[in-house]
Design a protein around this ligand. Structure first.
Ligand code: SF4
Length: 354
């Protein structure tokens, strides 16, 4: 089975921490949808396996009209799709919009809530409020969505441990099936980074970020969520099937500007520029060597609760040392990052990559 990703690179406003590829110039949306339909028509047959998941990510997919998302889904075809996700900004939710998505076959929404404190949301440049997030969840339930994923960010400037705990508690009160929680990344060139350089905001120290992550893991486990990937938690049966297929190295087709595709050997990427994409500029291709694929398996596998098969890892002595230091543990035939290991996962991955 395969996955299909559609990138919607439009955002109404720019969040201060974000360095993703997206634009606030919205007048090209119509031409963009036409280009997506063209690409779907010409590339769908590249997938030799049935489409199991469809994921609209961004950017902000909810900046497209719901009817346009419905047209795109129809062009892709939903016969074999088990999970169709649309990422949305809680500020874009209204009953008609959500009902149209649901009727089009969308069965999972992923909402960027990020914080349940309006002051913090304003500081990071989010355009919705906590009240809008609550309302969006309730409207989504009324529209028939039984699979909601809500995102939070920790390590935000000025966010205390007590505020973070309130964020998580208030999110849990909304009873989402899935929660993604990311540590704020300070990216060069973002407005937030410039604010930090001017001394207007401060970075959260590492110890506090680690304590926030530790508390989150404890609390969500106690609330019945499985920690199935470093940043992702789900009630039984609600792990993201789409993202799980990336972590499992399954082939996927990426449609839209800056979208990547992978057929098991070759990774290709569309131009990361809307105008070029609309004009139909060529994709870039990269043939992955056996070493590249090995590195991907290590990188993706160690992010998940399943881990990596021990026999798969080339440097057995390094694994042994990591187990002795309490950073990896054995789970049957696999090795998995321990809670302590999750704090320094990138350096563990680097140690094992070639
Ligand atoms: S909505 Fe998402 S993609 Fe758009 S600016 Fe904000 S964080 Fe970036």
């Amino acid at each position: 089975m395969a996955g299909l990703y559609v990138h919607i690179p439009f955002c109404q406003t720019r969040c201060r921490y974000c360095d993703f590829y997206s634009t606030t110039v919205l007048h090209r949306r119509e031409a963009y949808v036409a280009a997506l339909l063209r690409e779907i028509g010409s590339r769908k047959q590249e997938l030799t396996e049935p489409i199991r998941t469809i994921y609209f990510g961004g950017g902000t997919p909810s900046q497209l009209r719901a009817e346009d998302i419905a047209r795109l889904i129809e062009a892709i075809g939903t016969e074999t799709a088990e999970e169709i996700t649309v990422e949305m900004n809680p500020g874009d939710a209204d009953e008609t919009y959500l009902t149209t998505l649901r009727r089009a076959g969308v069965n999972r929404l992923s909402m960027g809530v990020q914080s349940m404190h309006d002051e913090r949301l304003r500081l990071i440049g989010r355009r919705h409020t906590a009240a809008q997030a609550r309302e969006a969840v309730s409207m989504a339930r009324k529209a028939g969505f039984e699979n909601l994923s809500l995102d939070l960010i920790y390590g935000l400037p000025g966010q205390t441990m007590a505020e973070w705990q309130e964020d998580v508690e208030q999110l849990l009160a909304l009873k989402p099936e899935h929660i993604s929680a990311y540590c704020l990344q300070w990216e060069e060139g973002t407005a937030l980074m410039q604010m930090m350089e001017r001394g207007e905001v401060e970075m959260t120290d590492d110890e506090t970020e680690m304590a926030m992550y530790d508390w989150l893991m404890e609390r969500l486990q106690e609330a019945g969520y499985a920690h199935y990937e470093v940043s992702n938690f789900a009630r039984p049966g609600f792990a993201s099937r789409h993202n799980s297929s990336y972590w499992d190295n399954t082939p996927y087709l990426g449609i839209g500007a800056a979208a990547h595709s992978y057929d098991g050997k070759i990774r290709s990427s569309n131009p990361a520029d809307i105008a070029q994409y609309i004009r139909g500029a060529a994709r870039e291709e990269e043939v992955l060597t056996e070493d590249d694929r090995y590195n991907e398996r290590i990188m993706l596998g160690l992010r998940t609760a399943r881990g990596v098969a021990r026999t798969e890892i080339r440097d057995g002595q390094a694994v042994e040392r990591l187990i002795q230091r309490g950073l990896l543990r054995e789970e049957g035939t696999h090795v998995v990052a321990t809670r302590q290991g999750l704090h320094i996962l990138n350096s563990i991955i680097e140690t094992l990559m070639i």
